[in-house]
Design a protein around this ligand. Structure first.
Ligand code: ADP
Length: 366
């Protein structure tokens, strides 16, 4: 038994999972909410864990900027850098730092590793990550596409290669991570060459409560014409947009059941949601060239039969065609849902970010 403790610490919550990496099994997990003092939250977690003691700790960190392209062992310099990167991820990095400091205090003898959501996308070429804005501003403020969900995209890319019996370095694919947050990634030769999220997780696909792509002039327009403050605009686009903004409901299940009952608002929202994804599939096919697989993952991607069908409909001319019966099957393992003989395999590959963090942390022990 080699359990790794995976920590996802937010500003007011502490999520943990104890993972046995040899069997890939989650032994224990918990969520402590309304945290005001991370040291207290760690005391509670240690109580909940009982007499199990972890071998090492892996921390999920949302923003690693341009310097972290792989997991690192945490020391004071790393903590200071994650703190500095808070300007790019004000809702996430401060909570991670509090969690890391709490964990270092509680387990001073253990190796602790930071695993970054941005790391996998550091292989993007300049034409994918650079915004066409004043480069003096971009350089001074670190403005570029970073991309997120990297731990999931990397894990799913590896699982996809295994499923297809290929070496990861030979995999060309488009991965659709569709959860509350959602992002697409373009994988060429096993590496990320583009992804839909940007400087922050606001860009790209339509999400539960985030707008994804909009005309950037909308921000100034709302400030000038609707007299909203910049914080109000920011909050609206992050928390009151996406499916929530379109329909009032952020959970795709609710939107789908309203659409089934004939609610036109919900029907239109599903069309907007799926059309945005089609745009990215088209764009990434043009950038990657021929792909082996189109891969669905995360809550929506793994579970919504209707959304997988809506996204792939009309893409037959691109070699993408799903088998309606296979699409209906529910299964926890990786599976193919495309028709026999299609040039692109459409797959459902469950993601597991905690396991991915545990595996990457365990590598530092061997
Ligand atoms: P998170 O980004 O919070 O990790 P998940 O990956 O768990 O989110 O995805 C959550 C979303 O998955 C929910 O908002 C819900 O809309 C969607 N979802 C889960 N199960 C289903 C289902 N059976 N049908 C449609 N959507 C689903």
């Amino acid at each position: 038994m080699r359990p790794i403790l995976v920590i996802n610490s937010g500003s007011s919550s502490l999520k943990y999972q104890l993972v046995d990496v040899d069997s890939s099994v989650a032994l224990q997990s918990g969520l402590i909410e309304r945290v005001t003092d991370h040291a207290m939250a760690f005391k509670q977690m240690i109580q909940e864990l009982g007499d199990v003691s972890p071998l090492a700790i892996g921390h999920r960190v949302v923003h690693g900027g341009s310097e972290f392209s792989k997991p690192v062992i945490i020391d004071n310099a790393v903590i200071a850098r994650i703190k500095e990167l808070s300007s790019l991820a004000p809702l996430h990095n401060p909570g991670h730092v509090a969690g890391i400091e709490g964990a270092v205090a509680a387990f001073p003898e253990l190796v602790q590793v930071a695993v970054f959501d941005t790391a996998f996308h550091q292989t993007m070429p300049v034409e994918s990550y650079r915004y066409a804005i004043d480069q003096k501003l971009a350089d001074e403020y670190g403005i570029r596409r970073y991309g997120f969900h990297g731990t999931s995209h990397a894990f799913v890319a590896q699982k996809t290669a295994e499923f297809l019996g290929k070496d990861l370095s030979e995999l060309n694919a488009i991965i659709l991570h569709l959860g509350n947050g959602a992002s697409a990634s373009a994988i060429k030769n096993g590496e990320s060459i583009n992804t839909s999220m940007g400087l922050t997780p606001l860009q790209g696909l339509v999400m539960g409560t985030r707008s994804g792509d909009i005309d950037p002039a909308i921000v100034a327009y709302l400030e000038r014409v609707a007299k909203m403050s910049i914080d109000e605009v920011d909050a609206s686009l992050n928390k009151n947009a996406g499916l929530k903004g379109l329909t009032g409901d952020s959970d795709l299940r609710d939107v789908e059941s309203r659409a089934k009952a004939g609610d036109q608002v919900a029907i239109d929202a599903l069309a907007v949601y799926s059309m945005r994804i089609k745009h990215y599939i088209g764009a990434y096919l043009a950038q990657i060239g021929p792909i082996d697989a189109l891969v669905f993952t995360a809550g929506v991607g793994e579970n919504s039969v209707e959304m997988r069908s809506q996204i792939t409909s009309g893409l037959e001319h691109l070699g993408i065609k799903i088998d309606a019966a296979k699409n209906q099957l529910r299964d926890k393992s990786a599976r193919e849902i495309s028709v026999e003989g299609a040039s692109v395999k459409v797959l459902v590959v469950p993601t597991n970010e905690e396991l991915a963090i545990a595996l990457q942390t365990a590598e530092f022990l061997s």
